[in-house]
Design a protein around this ligand. Structure first.
Ligand SMILES: NC(=O)c1ccc[n+]([C@@H]2O[C@H](COP(=O)([O-])OP(=O)(O)OC[C@H]3O[C@@H](n4cnc5c(N)ncnc54)[C@H](O)[C@@H]3O)[C@@H](O)[C@H]2O)c1
Length: 391
């Protein structure tokens, strides 16, 4: 059965991700520049990084959707496809070739599928596909990762939580992406004073790193329902104590946003107990990594969740939150909607093409309303479709 993404349908009132005032966004967002809004020619260059596993399958769907929506809305998109991850390792011997990074830097926005797979699992760290992804985020200086988790009414039964708990959940996790323990030094493997092997990492944040992610979070909350919850471990970690102090200091600049704080262990519990209490969550790199995956499961499938990673200037990086799903790669089973919705975030946050973004989001909802489902979100009585015939 073929599913068609109908890009001519009228935008629904429901917006994905939730936004209070879509048209109020200017070219600047918390100091983050929507690069392409400055272009007078309405022609944008998009770097496509299909990557590994299901990456190429879902990126080709999103590319077609972007092409269709741009032609309807009257702007041009030029695509440049580059190798990344395992595909780049096989081709060039490194997970992020220089040419790929410079193409990404030179473009208006970057759309990534996913990277990784069994074949490269035992590679040395610098030759792992995942290392290429960290290098890409670092190279593009994208420090703010926005991950919406919205339970769509059409998919409420796909959630692992009870219907009354999952229904109406609409939250955004703003995760710091380029600092903290994933990058902090010193780090390494060593031997302690007893001659025993040990591994160590450093959780470190400078004040300016906290301030800039907090600003993005306050502005995100302001455009949503005006509630921001900062998640930390300030009862134990010094880096979290500074985090809390800086976030509190900035709060006076955003009197319209209601700020609260929560320890990460409690936040993990509250996300499954009563996720509706959250609007916008801001947290550090490692807590954000874990909590946003947890939040994703409330929505039913990891195959539905987009993300945007933004920096102070330069192109943003847009990608589904799922991995390369090697267990289903090449079997026409992957859900492409997380990548299509990431393309929607690319239009909205990366190019400032708000109307086109709404059109794409509406088309996704329309497809679900007509009962089309991939296996991961399928329930009895609906129509299964094959990915390749999606567009
Ligand atoms: N950003 C990235 O590129 C990224 C993120 C996470 C993991 N990875 C890599 O991906 C590989 C697999 O990792 P994993 O299995 O832990 O996570 P995964 O997200 O690839 O898969 C987890 C489960 O979800 C399913 N799934 C994922 N995306 C789906 C989709 N679009 N439609 C339907 N089902 C989907 C998979 O079949 C699997 O059962 C690893 O090499 C890992 O390092 C990459």
């Amino acid at each position: 059965m073929a599913a068609a993404l109908n890009l001519n349908c009228k935008p629904y009132k429901f917006q994905f991700p939730h936004s209070k005032s879509a048209s109020s966004r200017g070219p600047k967002f918390a100091g983050i520049r929507c690069l392409a809004t400055a272009s007078p020619f309405k022609s944008y260059t998009i770097t496509l990084l299909p990557g590994d596993g299901i990456g190429p399958e879902v990126v080709s769907i999103a590319k077609n959707a972007l092409l269709r929506v741009s032609s309807i809305e009257g702007f041009e998109l030029k695509f440049k496809e580059m190798p990344m991850g395992g595909a780049a390792l096989d081709l060039t011997g490194v997970p992020l070739p220089e040419d790929t990074l410079s193409a990404a830097k030179d473009s208006d926005a970057v759309l990534l599928g996913a990277i990784g797979g069994y074949k490269w699992d035992n590679n040395e760290k610098h030759l792992k596909p995942e290392t290429g992804l960290l290098q890409l985020r670092e190279g593009l200086k994208v420090f703010a990762n926005l991950r919406p988790a919205t339970v769509l009414p059409q998919l409420v039964d796909a959630s692992t939580l009870k219907k009354e708990v999952a229904e109406g959940v609409d939250l955004m996790v703003v995760r710091e992406l380029t600092g903290g323990i994933y990058f902090g030094k010193p780090r390494g493997l060593s031997t302690n004073e007893f001659g025993e092997e040990c591994g160590f990492n450093t959780e470190v944040y400078a004040a300016h790193e906290i301030d800039r992610i907090a600003r993005v979070a306050f502005e995100t909350a302001r455009r949503r329902r005006g509630k921001l919850c900062s998640v930390d471990k300030a009862n134990v970690l010094e880096a979290s104590m500074l985090w809390r102090r800086r976030v509190e200091k900035l709060a006076s600049e955003y009197p319209d946003v209601e700020l609260s704080h929560m320890y990460v262990d409690n936040a993990a519990m509250q996300l499954v107990r009563n996720p509706k209490q959250f609007d916008t969550i801001v947290t550090n790199n490692i807590f954000g990594d874990i909590l946003s995956d947890e939040a994703s499961m409330i929505t039913g499938s990891i195959g539905m969740l987009p993300s945007a990673s933004l920096g102070e200037s330069g192109p943003g990086l847009f990608e589904p939150i799922h991995g390369s799903a090697p267990d289903i790669a090449g079997q026409d089973k992957a859900n492409p909607l997380a990548t299509v919705l990431s393309a929607g975030m690319l239009l909205k946050y990366g190019l400032g093409e708000e109307k086109a973004a709404q059109r794409l989001d509406s088309a996704v909802l329309d497809t679900l309303n007509r009962g089309f489902r991939t296996g991961d979100i399928y329930s009895a009585g609906l129509v299964r479709y094959f990915l390749i015939s999606f567009l």
